[in-house]
Design a protein around this ligand. Sequence first.
Ligand code: PLP
Length: 390
Amino acid sequence: MGEQVLSFDSLAVHAGRDDLAELGVHAPPIDLSSTSPLPDIEMGGSSYESMATGGHPVDGGGFVYARLWNPTVARFEAALAQLEGTAEAVAFSSGMAAMTATVLAAKAETGGRHVVAVRPLYGGTDHLLASGLLDVEVTYCAPQNVAAALRADTCLVVVESPGNPTLQLVDIGAVVEAAPGRPVLVDNTFATPLLQNPAAHGAALVLHSATKYLGGHGDVVGGVVAGSAAWAGALRRVRAVTGALMHPLAGYLLHRGLATLPLRVRAQQSSAEKIAGWLSAHPSVRRVFYPGIPGCDPTGLVGRQMRGPGAMVALQLSGGYEQAVRVTNAVRLFTHAVSLGGVDSLIQHPAALTHRPVAAAARPSADIIRLSIGLEDPDDLRADLAQALA
Ligand code: PLP
């Protein structure tokens, strides 16, 4: 009889846990060693060399030194790769460390130093690309202009869908088609692997700020990139050489977070749908940005590319920046804080905070606030927003 094909929910619970019974444990072990005893010089040396060049530890050679790789982190990576439908995944100390490593790996692999970046992007990503620190030239463009933005030395195309903060959806397959032979990186942080698998639409690299929905409890910072074995090797090489490995405790928490990801995201999404619908009819709200409401998904990507509209909502206030200040000060159940994707609801002002470093012309307008819908009762969240908007 063939292997049983598991559903997403079952995989989320069981991925990365195949060997636990054999080890005689029920919860995955946490390996905090900063260094590992070496079997002998030759084996230790070959394992070191293998990992420093992006490979796996050699049989019997061990992990050698904790900057190179770590078994607890490797468990999370294996599980996330299964959920994204990729061969491997590589975990970093933050989403931005993951983005940095991806650009460095793309430069090293292709020899190019030009990046095409589809806006809108998370402010930190936009800023990193523009900063000059990675020695890349960047062409920012709209999704339909990717083909025109390509150059002979384009090493990477960067896309975020839904985009932060206004939830624009990008047709991943169309971008991949417009950039033949170029690696397309999709930031899948907002969608999560429950709602979207960019690799199935041709993306070479799938990035998450694991800090958000993957962890889901607002207590861990991390990043991860899923892709082919070849890309994983290139990313691990950068990670080992630059020292950007995820901490094992973060790897443990993120692996644990994956088990409840489907339940959390479905519940958060169900509340977000109710809240976005209610906000759309609110007199103080000029516009709601949410892929689940009419007008926000003109090409029908929800259903075709995303399996649901997600749990992030942005709104444009009729009362402008002054009202944004009043609302963010008046909420009680929502916490006024950056970040997203956790069990508790957050509210923040992108232009002043997450997107502050973005060039003024591309920065979200000052009358927009962003909500991350958590697991509270949606009626309580609605009541909190109602009193804050009053
Ligand atoms: N990508 C998106 C869509 C984000 O929202 C963020 C952070 O907010 C990042 C990347 C960066 O991740 P991190 O904060 O874990 O470095």
